[in-house]
Write a protein that binds this ligand. Structure first.
Ligand SMILES: *Cc1c(COP(=O)(O)O)cnc(C)c1O
Length: 422
């Protein structure tokens, strides 16, 4: 080893440590702006991995967290309880679609999906049905980085081959976007029904797997499929939840109600880690019994952390008192007005938008690190991945800042596209 391990004490996410460019130190953040250590300011087009929906340091959330830290920063949820968690569970039940009335808290999206999978599997065990342990999931899907959630990701993104043996083998299919596919999916489910415990999908937009869109009819087809075969339908709304598509949840926009729903990312408005698995009363009742063996044996140490729950409650206040969804609609209108120009750039395969998500899909993105650096040099924080350049700004972004963000993204993308595809 010809490097100093002390320079690499921090192992960075999704990075080949040997070749990844140095990360940019952030000194402060306010609204939609990040200030770097060297004084440069960047307009954030990523909302810190899709979390910071109200912008950085919204005083209502900051003050709520401060008050909670002064009262009870943390207390275990085993045998004890507290207002922030009780209140948040009731509020989530009230705004979630259908009868998703029971919230199980955890600290990360991946874990909330694991809990959803565990609830689905045990819902069969508690009815005396053994062997129902596998899931149907979809190409292009992303549900987390832990071993169980990797198994329901897109096979390539989830590295199913590389990790063969370490992760469970699930049924992975194409999303049923037409009648033929629905029929073949139904046949596949029929063939495997003795081993299946549920269906997992990101509703309307598959995020980290490639920002792919599908329509409400696809979700309705999955709802019907699950009803025909008696399978729980799990919506992973970790990315779509809390307004990103212009309604509080994608389920609401699609008019389709799942049996289990996972939420995380924007739950605390991008302040503290928190996730929730929301479960229908029908499934919850399968755990409701004199028999302790039918209890859900799960309990993350920091489950329902009071400061994080206070942040989430404050974030929900902001959805009630500030025009967040209207802001998302305004962002969508701006994408519709400005993004189509990119269709004329060389190498562009598709341009699409929905709610506060704008996507430029390229044939490929060679020299990705160079492109990322170009965005920073131009004053915007935009993080393309695979062949996707996308914008997911905080909902509070002003029309001026959004225009700068979109125009800069188009200018950098065009220059880069002409270098590589002309
Ligand atoms: C980010 C994400 C996850 C994983 O959440 P983590 O908090 O990173 O574990 C799962 N599902 C979807 C749809 C996501 O966008």
């Amino acid at each position: 080893m010809n490097f100093d391990p002390a320079d690499h004490a921090l192992w960075r996410p999704y990075a080949q440590m040997k070749t990844t460019p140095p990360a940019l130190p952030v000194l402060s953040a306010e609204g939609v702006r990040l200030t770097l250590a060297d004084g440069r300011e960047l307009i954030d087009g990523v909302s810190s991995w899709w979390t910071v929906c109200h912008g950085y340091r919204h005083p209502h959330i900051i003050n709520a967290v401060k008050r909670q830290l002064d009262a009870v920063p943390h207390v275990m949820l085993g045998g004890l309880t507290h207002d922030p968690a009780e209140c948040l569970a009731r509020r989530l039940a009230a705004i979630a679609p259908g009868d998703l009335n029971h919230a199980f808290f955890s600290e990360s999206g991946s874990v909330s999906v694991e809990i959803a999978m565990k609830v689905a599997v045990q819902s069969f065990i508690n009815r005396g049905l053994r062997g129902r342990t596998r899931f149907l999931a979809f190409r292009g899907g992303y549900h987390g980085d832990t071993l169980a959630t990797m198994s329901v990701c897109d096979p390539e993104e989830g590295m199913h081959t590389m990790f063969a043996g370490a992760i469970a083998r699930q049924l992975i299919a194409d999303l049923p976007t037409d009648a033929d596919r629905i029929d073949s999916l139904d046949a596949l489910v029929s063939d495997h029904i003795d081993t299946l415990a549920g269906v997992v999908v990101e509703p309307l937009v598959q995020g980290a797997g490639g920002m792919r869109f599908h329509d409400a009819a696809t979700l309705q087809a999955l709802r019907d499929l699950c009803d025909r075969h008696g399978l729980p339908l799990i919506f992973d709304e970790i990315m779509t939840g809390f307004g990103r598509l212009g309604t509080m949840f994608a389920a609401e926009k699609a008019g389709v109600t799942p049996d289990i729903m996972t939420v995380s990312k924007a739950l605390t408005g991008g302040t503290l880690p928190l996730a929730a698995t929301l479960v229908s009363t029908r499934l919850f009742e399968l755990f409701w019994d004199e028999d302790p063996g039918k209890a859900l044996m799960h309990g993350p140490t920091y489950m329902g952390n009071p400061a994080a729950c206070a942040a989430a409650n404050a974030s929900l206040d902001l959805f009630e008192h500030e025009p967040r969804l209207a802001q998302v609609h305004a962002i969508e209108a701006m994408f519709a007005a400005l993004l189509p120009t990119a269709r004329d750039f060389p190498g562009v395969v598709d341009v699409r938008w929905q709610g506060a998500i704008g996507v430029i899909e390229m044939a490929s993105l060679p020299e990705l690190d160079v492109l990322k650096a170009c965005f920073v040099d131009a004053g915007v924080w935009v993080r393309p991945f695979n062949n996707i350049i996308y914008l997911m700004p905080p909902y509070v972004i002003s029309a001026e800042d959004l225009t700068v963000l979109i125009d800069t993204t188009l200018r950098v993308t065009e220059g880069w596209a002409r270098r590589h595809f002309s």
